[in-house]
Design a protein around this ligand. Sequence first.
Ligand SMILES: Nc1nc2c(ncn2[C@@H]2O[C@H](COP(=O)(O)OP(=O)(O)OP(=O)(O)O)[C@@H](O)[C@H]2O)c(=O)[nH]1
Ligand SMILES: [Mg+2]
Length: 464
Amino acid sequence: MRTEDTIAAISTPIGKGGIGIIRISGKDTFAIAEKVLRGSKGISDAESHRLYNGYFVNPESGEKLDEVMYVKMNAKNSYTREDMIEINTHGGVYLIKRLLEVVLSQGARLAEAGEFTFRAFINGRIDLTQAEAVADLIESENEKSLKTAIRQVAGELKNSIKEIKDEIIDIYSNSEAEIDFVEEDIEREDKDSVIKRLKKTSNNLEKMIESYQAGRYYKSGIKVGIFGRVNVGKSSLFNALIGKDRVIVSEQPGTTRDVIDGEIEHNGLVLKFFDTAGIREGKGIIENEGIKRTKLIMENSDIAVLVIDSDDIKKDEDLEVYNELKEKFSENRNVLIAYNKIDLIEDIAEIEIVISNKEIRNIFISAKEKIGIDKIIDAIIDNVDADKSLENNNILIVNVRHHELLKRANEGIERLIKGYTEKIPNEFLAIDFSETIENLGKITGDVSSDDLLNRIFSKFCIGK
Ligand SMILES: Nc1nc2c(ncn2[C@@H]2O[C@H](COP(=O)(O)OP(=O)(O)OP(=O)(O)O)[C@@H](O)[C@H]2O)c(=O)[nH]1
Ligand SMILES: [Mg+2]
């Protein structure tokens, strides 16, 4: 993206609305505004960050096109760190597009997706993690992901990364000193102290890396697949969980052939449920296709609920489904077992427990009578442990790019710890030092490529 042009875009969604906002940024902003805006004060005399009332005119004809409010923002304190103007016009698709055309005809170019934020980044107002969080902020659909994005926009992640990077650089410069000034017998940090510092830094990184799981849940929701053999009440449970009669329930085995999804929000966390086709041996093309899809959902769920019919336990078949789940879910605790239809059972203690595994939770429910549904939700929330991560006020990693780079940086530090322990020469350690520093720099965007920047900013909407 070229940064010397003056750019303009409609920053509000296109549609009928009370107001629409046109944003202009770049060196010719004020000159263009001077031509199209008529207010009580000329643009050059207007104060920065103050709202003025005036008219938007066509500079060719002098015709008033709309009555508007506008804000001038001097580069020093603007979003892009360039001269900016925001014009609040009346909403209306035709009107605002017409006004934008006039702005463009006076020398601005239409902004590309994310270009305003890109400029904020290039001009050093924000780092890459903050820019990415701006996109998250816009996309947030629940309280938790919004909170996380706000914290990241405010620079929490940036600051933590900077602290870690500074620490590594500090340790590095000591070891460099060792190489350069061997003759001069300068004071050097002893190896034990270096190792101790590296370990502490690695611990901090590990905490951030681990938070990604919870962070991802906040951002994209938790995917919960509902599995089991036919007719155990999966669809009934799905309906009960989402609180709607969404899928067909019937006593006929093999009712559900397709995957159906529905979501709820619980304490600001989104739970996405997937009802699946019951698993049984070959019953025709459509059902087999359904079972194939069930397996795909197994592959992609964060948590599985295995439904068992308490009134009709078929141990072998239930175990078959369980064994498939066990293959896909590395952590046992992410499989919950729901013994359904307890309304038909006199004494829960009589129910034959199909899988006894201490890590796996057995929950007794009646999807039909809506008994125990909240226990399933609680167990899911409990398992993902997400609440804890946010309450502890830790940094939450929500971005796969950050997660990857943090892992790489930490691997570098681990190699350094090993290197120091095994007394490897400093020249070799230097490579690990610089790689670690580079990986941390990539997170914040100190080190970046056009490719990466394009990928990040093209995801934004135009006008942001
Ligand atoms: N008594 C009782 N019946 C239930 C309960 N849950 C489901 N059923 C009944 O069990 C039958 C099957 O329910 P579904 O929800 O369609 O079961 P499913 O597992 O989705 O079945 P398929 O889609 O065929 O695999 C229906 O007749 C339901 O009314 C329950 O908690 N108690
Ligand atoms: Mg069903």
